[in-house]
Design a protein around this ligand. Sequence first.
Ligand SMILES: [Fe+2]
Length: 169
Amino acid sequence: MAVEHLEQVFEEGLDRAYYMEQKLVKILDKMAKRATDQNIKDAFEIHKEETMEQVARLEEVFNFMNMTPKKIPAHEIDGLAEDEKEFDKEKPTNAIKDFHSLGAAVKMENLEIGHYEVLILIAKKIDLHGVVSLLKDNLKEEERALKKVQKLSKRFDFTTTIHPDASMM
Ligand SMILES: [Fe+2]
């Protein structure tokens, strides 16, 4: 079927966002388990819970549109997950591993933000106003999550064993 309408582009983007969020629930769970710093562990665990809610919001969007999600992979997220696995094979120290995970999270959040910005842009163009607020809720959570991992990265201190305190943010 030829792609001729913006609606089709929106649906494709929505399928990829759904794949991405589902994958991120698993990735964040793994990152939380392997993190050695408690604050970083907590940050990943909290965002995993939020991501589960984001999956549910996307399901609401599918329902609103009377659509059944198709499994279309989002290659960027698979690539980032693959990079993490490869990096782990290099046997990084715990501190380096934690710091690298934060960097991966910064990339992942930026990626998600981009996806939602494009989806919201298209939704407005095709007058799908009923789904914009759901997508904006997800976008706002991603922006907050990005700020949090950016702060944790900036405060990460390699010179001491004391790592940044997420509760102070
Ligand atoms: Fe996220």
